[in-house]
Write a protein that binds this ligand. Structure first.
Ligand code: C5P
Length: 330
């Protein structure tokens, strides 16, 4: 199935100062994350329903003699400032694809999305960098070409380009839009420490293997399938129908690595969350609320219960990587 990038903004409405371009990109939660067996390349076949929420990182790119990454924000110390940074790799990949030898850029990342949190913050930074450098360097790649590059950088990067609500297949990089109506209100509980995505997938495999040996599971993980009840509920726009259908195969692994997350999930449920789930590989817990006021009540309750490092409220779906009006500096 072909990826769809029709509505990715590759050009700002007003041509910005060519000396700097700022793009923001959103965090995501997975409304469904069904994980199949490991593939030969080590990745897992999956079917997921991505949902972009209103928690954004902002990336500014500026011309420079050499590549550099500078990060600000609460989790800045945890983000590498070298070529292992996914945003740096995104800029390099775009320069290579466009035949720009020795092109360099200074990448300034203003982080609000927590790091190693299951919210695809690094992927958001990479997607924003692709769009920003495409503009700064006037490389003129189409949205589809940026999407191809994004898939090579990481499983969640193509979705950070498009945003909205979308079904991901393959290892997550093959996207089709999902028909969803309405606005969904979320409370997000950020964990005390991050989780490594690779470690969570490996733990998922281990737990499944142990269950198979114990005879709890008739057969090993099969090819994952899209939840049609969830798709129907999303079309209805009714969060009360969507909430009970949220599902994440990585949740048992995240809970086994951070057992305290159970307390956070329980606290959200006690306060009437329509759905309570670990986001992606965790440790962020996402709580679907009835409306904006309910999301605030859940966030207050989570803070009061002392079950997480910090809380945030967000709505979804929101658009993917987008130019920030006035974000370009002189
Ligand atoms: O694609 P990305 O670099 O974000 O993936 C990080 C890690 O998560 C991979 O190295 C792999 O261990 C795991 N992963 C996986 N199957 C997927 C996506 C990610 O096993 N579909």
């Amino acid at each position: 199935m072909r990826a769809r990038y029709d509505h990715v903004n590759v050009k700002p409405a007003i041509r910005p100062d060519p000396e700097a371009v700022t793009v923001r990109a959103p965090a995501k939660v997975n409304l469904q994350l069904s994980v199949g067996p490991a593939r030969r390349d080590g990745y897992h076949a999956l079917v997921t329903v991505y949902h972009a929420v209103s928690l954004f990182d902002e990336v500014t790119v500026l011309p420079s003699d050499q590549m550099a990454v500078a990060v600000t924000g609460e989790d800045a110390a945890q983000v590498p400032g070298d070529k292992s940074n996914l945003a740096w790799r995104a800029a390099s990949a775009l320069a290579r694809a466009a035949g720009l030898r020795g092109a360099a850029v200074r990448i300034e990342i203003s982080k609000r999305i927590p790091v190693a949190a299951g919210l695809a913050g690094g992927s958001a930074d990479a997607a924003a960098t692709l769009v920003a450098c495409n503009e700064l360097w006037r490389t003129g790649l189409s949205a589809g070409e940026l999407g191809e590059l994004a898939g090579g950088l990481g499983s969640d990067v193509p979705f950070a380009l498009v945003g909205g609500t979308a079904v991901g297949r393959g290892r997550g990089e093959q996207l089709t839009p999902a028909l969803a109506t309405g606005t969904y209100h979320w409370a997000l509980a950020f964990g005390q420490a991050g989780l490594s995505t690779a470690q969570v997938y490996a733990t998922c495999d281990r737990l499944r293997a142990a269950r198979t040996v114990a005879g709890d599971q008739a057969k090993p993980a099969t090819e994952p399938e899209l939840s049609h009840p969830l798709m129907t509920a999303l079309r209805s726009g009714d969060p009360a129908r969507v909430g009970p259908l949220l599902a994440n195969d990585l949740q048992p692994a995240a809970l086994s690595l951070q057992p305290d997350l159970r307390r956070a999930l329980a606290a959200g449920r006690e306060h009437g969350a329509l759905g309570a789930i670990v986001s992606g590989s965790g440790p962020t817990c996402a709580f679907l609320a009835k409306d904006a006021a309910h999301a605030r009540d859940i966030a207050v309750a989570l803070t009061g219960a002392g079950v997480c490092r910090a809380v945030a409220r967000a709505t979804g779906p929101v658009t993917g990587a987008a130019f920030v009006p006035g974000g370009q500096r002189a």
